[in-house]
Ligand binder design. Structure first.
Ligand code: 13P
Ligand code: SF4
Length: 325
């Protein structure tokens, strides 16, 4: 296998990309750990040493003693890996792979809103941030949560303490409903999950009356209410692995179905429909391709770094989360 040449004008389409298992072995020999989120396409999932949800990947990064981590996911996930594995060089196939939810909450705006709420409430609210946010936002927060531990994190905060939850209004709304809290919600949303439509979902349910609907808490309330289960991606995987001969309508990023079919092939999976299109692939996750992965493994140019003035505060918010669940 010939490593690619380090060259600015390299045409990624012309790259001879090895098979996923060969890429993984090649990386192992060089002390590179490849992590991939379950929303990555099948090739990238197969090339990775470990595939998981945001929480599992954060834990994996915290425990890693690899000298470098190639993170196949979006930017905030790679930042999390860097914060939890500061000694490792963390790099990504595409530095432009962001997240609409993370983009909806800018640190300057959050800081102003925190000040405004402190004056209005006469006390500083605890800020809980969904992990889908920048390191600068993490540094302004008290504690982080993921879709896999959000309930436990919020429940760890005393009932009488005001909470500001950022940036996802849908996940926050679901937590308020199910935990009986009245957290103040930031007005952010994921552009992928927001496009699921209850009207087309109901049409699909009528067509497959025995099917169970599983949806991510980032989905809007009408879609959550029409679902049998509202779960983060790791919870979904546990559910389908423990089910046999079921049909599931899946209300999350469609690459999740690759993992379900691989790890729980005993069931049938149908992607929940969007309002007018099959737009349930995350455009940011899809920016990572086999060619970019192979190129980046060779050149390690897209390094993810955290400004030193943010590092300790952002790391502390994440460590508080990991100390709870
Ligand atoms: P998980 O927390 O389930 O991994 O989801 C991450 C995400 O980006 C959902 O859109
Ligand atoms: Fe962000 Fe939504 Fe993509 Fe998840 S699916 S990474 S929340 S844009």
């Amino acid at each position: 296998m010939h490593p690619v040449m380090e060259h600015d004008t390299l045409d990624l389409d012309l790259l001879q990309v090895p098979e996923p298992s060969a890429i993984r072995e090649w990386a192992t020999e060089r002390g590179i750990l490849i992590l991939a989120h379950s929303y990555q396409d099948g090739f990238l999932q197969e090339a990775a040493h470990f595939v998981g949800d945001s929480l599992e990947l954060a834990r994996k990064a915290a425990a890693a003693d690899a000298k470098s981590i190639c993170f196949c996911g979006v930017h905030f996930m790679a930042e999390t890996a860097k914060l939890l594995s500061p000694e490792a060089k963390v790099f990504v196939p595409d530095l432009e792979a962001g997240c609409s939810l993370a983009d909806s909450c800018k640190a300057e705006d959050l800081k102003q809103y925190q000040q405004h709420l402190t004056e209005k409430l006469g006390q500083r609210p605890t800020t809980v941030a969904y992990v889908n946010c920048s390191a600068a936002v993490k540094a302004l927060c008290d504690i982080i949560c993921t879709s896999g531990n959000a309930r436990e994190v919020v429940e760890s905060i005393p009932d009488d303490q005001p909470i500001l939850f950022v940036p996802d209004k849908h996940l926050g709304g679901w937590l308020n409903e199910t935990l009986g809290r009245e957290m103040i919600l930031w007005n952010g949303a994921c552009e992928v999950h927001e496009l699921f439509s209850v009207e087309t979902l109901n049409e699909m349910k009528a067509e497959y009356p025995a099917a169970k609907v599983i949806s991510h808490p980032e989905c809007p309330k009408p879609v959550r209410d029409a679902s049998d289960y509202v779960l983060g991606t790791a919870g979904m995987l546990r559910l389908v692995k423990g089910s046999h001969g079921e049909t599931f309508i899946v209300g999350t990023e469609a690459n999740m179905i690759y993992r379900f079919e691989k790890e729980a092939p005993q069931n049938t999976y149908l992607a929940a429909p969007g309002a007018s299109c099959a737009c349930n692939l995350c455009p940011y996750m899809q920016m990572n391709t086999p060619e970019k992965l192979w190129h980046e493994l060779n050149v390690q140019a897209n390094e993810v770094t955290i400004p030193s003035e943010l590092f300790a505060d952002a790391q502390q918010s994440l460590q508080r989360m990991l100390s709870i669940v």
